[in-house]
Ligand binder design. Structure first.
Ligand SMILES: [Zn+2]
Length: 87
């Protein structure tokens, strides 16, 4: 059985296999999706799911665990990018 790293979702706080989560990093003061898994800096993980995106980007967009604000345009980008809510 393959060992998979477990990470905590920034949105729903559930723990899940890293392959089920999207990595973001705080980069130059805003949050960017780490497409390659190679960006440095403080990172977090979340489900590619509207509910989780909304949860971690609301309240002014401050992501406490990353010490980083998600500006409104970025929040809209995230929401547009992950529009589906998992059933
Ligand atoms: Zn989640």
């Amino acid at each position: 059985m393959k060992h998979e790293p477990i990470r905590t979702c920034l949105g729903c706080r559930a723990r899940d296999a890293r392959s089920n989560l999207v990595r973001v990093v705080a980069h130059a003061g805003s949050l960017v999706v780490d497409e390659t898994g190679r960006l440095g800096g403080r990172g977090g993980y979340f489900h590619a799911d509207r509910a989780c995106v909304d949860t971690f980007t609301r309240r002014g967009g401050f992501v406490r665990s990353l010490g980083c604000v998600v500006p409104k345009p970025e929040r809209e980008t995230f929401r547009a990018r992950f529009p589906e809510v998992h059933a």
